[in-house]
Design a protein around this ligand. Structure first.
Ligand code: NAD
Ligand code: G6P
Ligand code: MN
Length: 445
């Protein structure tokens, strides 16, 4: 392997995920040697609350790695090989509004699914495009590994507005689920499995899981999921779940698999296929955004303040973002031409034969130094195709609405979402969202 060392910028440096991603990068220096880590955010105060601790963590691990935190795009994006982008335009208080507004009308209130994802998408598009432009201006050979949400809508905007940009859109959900699938099937590591998967982001299915010798395990998995969902029967909430909400989600896979016992579904289908159950189990006054603000955000910012005060990260409670190691896998594949097989969100372009070639789909790709090559899926069944066509239209209409400043396109997007019962309800949600997003959305006519 080459002696080259890489320079990385984390866009959305003030994210709750930043310290754990830095720990993950530092834990993988043997695979991806680094010479610089930079944090970039457009909110100096927020990023500042993490930056000092992150600087201490880097220095204690390897004082030769240059650490910078900045709000200046030129400083951030000059001389970088990879941009890890996880921005949240509007931050967590806007996530709270995305979730609570639909719940007022009895509709699913979720970060990326249904109305919440549409509202968030309208805010994210310009933020992500702006960062791509900085990258192209200051480091034209840099790759952006983008996991800013809502990834499906952001990916469609990238396809449309930045078709040649060196941006790869990716999500950790299949990886998190595959960690559990590996345990269910008795593998030591998810990388012992070769999977086939197709769909949209937060909207796909596993159709095959093979071991290294080519033996098929999908039927064994489906049989398990019909009984226990994506959980292990005896683990309770003691397994590898960030919190109880994710444990409940893994259990709910049981109901999703019951509806089509031939494929293993992404757990995000709970919001589309069992929206009534989701609404019934959500407190409209205290949603996931509140759980995250009271949980992960307090924990991470509190611990960073403690590290800064102590002047050392020794004994820190911050944990390596293990799920996030796929980011190093992806960067390593690009840097060292590893030809790793990874699920990415890419233009369909015929990979799913009976589906729109211009849809952004999530499918396995082979990643090497020139980017990715998607694997062919073939034809998909009517149920999955119907669901995907409806959802991809929602995503495209949202980007149309952004591009054209069109009220009607956004109303149509909301109306078409499987989570919304009627155009009446869609209009009420839309009008509330317009009011809440004045600072962020283009004006809609
Ligand atoms: P957060 O609000 O804690 O952090 C996001 C940061 O982005 C904030 O500090 C904010 O100031 C900054 N930001 C906003 N607009 C910006 C811009 N234009 N340029 C630079 N910085 C900007 O959010 P979080 O909960 O830590 O999540 C971060 C993001 O990562 C979200 O988009 C979330 O949905 C996403 N995420 C994706 C995956 C995945 O698998 N796809 C997994 C986890 C998180
Ligand atoms: C999964 C998804 C991400 C999403 C996250 C939300 O990891 O893949 O796209 O951002 O969950 O988790 P949270 O704990 O913030 O609700
Ligand atoms: Mn995701």
């Amino acid at each position: 392997m080459s002696e080259k060392k890489f320079s990385v910028v984390i866009a959305g440096g003030g994210s709750t995920y930043t310290p754990e991603i830095i720990l993950m990068l530092l834990d993988n220096l043997d695979r991806l040697p680094l010479r610089a880590i930079k944090l970039y955010d457009n909110d100096e105060e927020r990023q500042g609350r993490l930056a000092e601790a992150c600087g201490i963590i880097v220095k204690e691990k390897d004082p030769n790695i240059e650490f910078t935190a900045t709000t200046d795009p030129e400083t951030a994006y000059t001389d970088v090989d990879f941009c890890l982008a996880h921005i949240r335009v509007g931050q967590l208080p806007m996530r709270e509004k995305d979730e609570k507004i639909p719940l007022k009308y009895g509709v699913v209130g979720q970060e990326t699914c249904g109305p919440g994802g549409i509202a968030y998408g309208m805010r994210s598009i310009p933020g992500v495009l702006e960062n791509i432009e900085y990258m192209e201006k200051y480091s034209p050979n840099c790759w952006m590994l983008n996991y800013s949400n809502p990834a499906a809508i952001v990916a469609e905007a990238c396809r449309r507005f930045k078709p040649n940009a060196r941006v790869i859109n990716i999500c950790d959900m299949p990886i998190g689920m595959e960690n559990n699938i590996a345990k269910i099937l008795g593998f030591n590591d998810r990388k012992e499995m070769t999977v086939r998967y197709f769909g949209l982001n937060h909207f796909g299915w596993w159709t095959s899981i093979k071991d290294k010798d080519g033996n098929e395990y999908i039927d064994k998995l489906l049989e398990h999921q019909l009984k226990y969902g994506n959980t292990l029967p005896d683990e309770g909430n003691n397994g590898d779940y960030t919190d109880n909400s994710w444990y409940e989600t893994a259990k709910k896979v049981k109901d999703l698999t019951a509806l089509d016992p031939t494929m293993a579904p992404n757990s995000y289908f709970q919001y589309y296929l069992f929206g009534d159950d989701m609404v019934a189990h959500t407190n409209p006054e205290y949603t996931r955004a509140n759980q995250v603000m009271d949980g992960r955000e307090k924990r991470v910012f509190g611990e960073c303040a403690r590290i800064a005060e102590a002047g050392t990260a020794e004994g820190t409670s911050l944990e390596i973002g293990i799920h996030a190691s796929f980011i190093v896998d992806l960067a390593t594949a690009l840097a060292f031409n590893t030809h790793e097989r990874m699920l990415l969100i890419v233009r369909n372009n015929g990979a799913i034969e009976n589906f729109d070639k211009d849809a952004m789909v999530e499918i396995p790709c082979i990643v090497g130094k020139d980017g990715y090559e998607p694997i062919t899926i073939g034809t998909i069944p009517t149920f999955q195709k119907g669901l995907m066509e409806e959802q991809v239209a929602v995503e495209k209409l949202t980007v149309d609405a952004y591009e054209q400043g069109s009220y009607h396109k956004l109303w149509q997007a909301l109306t078409l979402s499987k989570t919304v019962p009627s155009a009446n309800v869609a209009k009420k949600i839309l009008d509330d969202y317009i009011e809440a997003n004045k600072e962020y959305w283009p004006e809609l006519k």
